[in-house]
Design a protein around this ligand. Sequence first.
Ligand code: SLL
Length: 162
Amino acid sequence: GKRVKGVQIFRPFIYGTTARPFDEKTNPKPPGVPDDHTHSWTVFVKGIDDVDITYWLRRVQFKLHESIPNHVRMVEGEKGKPFSISETGWGEFEITIRLYYVPESSEKPQTLYHHLRLHPYGRTEEEKETMRLNGGEVVSWTYEEQLFNEPYEAFYDILTSG
Ligand code: SLL
């Protein structure tokens, strides 16, 4: 196929983690979770306001800490749903997020890195207050824009026919 010359298309998305401490009232520990686990958390890649992104993003691989069973996880896109993994644990670490695009794009996979945050250190008092109001939720999200530079014609049609 041919590329559409001089065209750049941006698609916004968010990636990151949301963590919560276990708490009898607000976030009880599910049965079977090991004693030393202190938090539940989710890592995700998704569209802004959960808008669908599976027309350009096919699958996402999350590489978690090696202490976690089955630590390399591949998540297939489901229309309108975030790519996400939910886990429990006790420690922070860096998550490797690998984006695999739809085949029409002919784009190579791209790697992102995200630090799982469980603790509110380094936050302002205002941010900590917001966390307290949300049951101790620790949010660490990054806004990103995916650039498709001179996309192939077939992919351009997919990107612009939404
Ligand atoms: C450290 N940066 O080296 C940390 C590693 C690892 C966290 C943190 C285990 C979960 C599970 C878990 O939370 N690992 O056992 O499933 O000190």
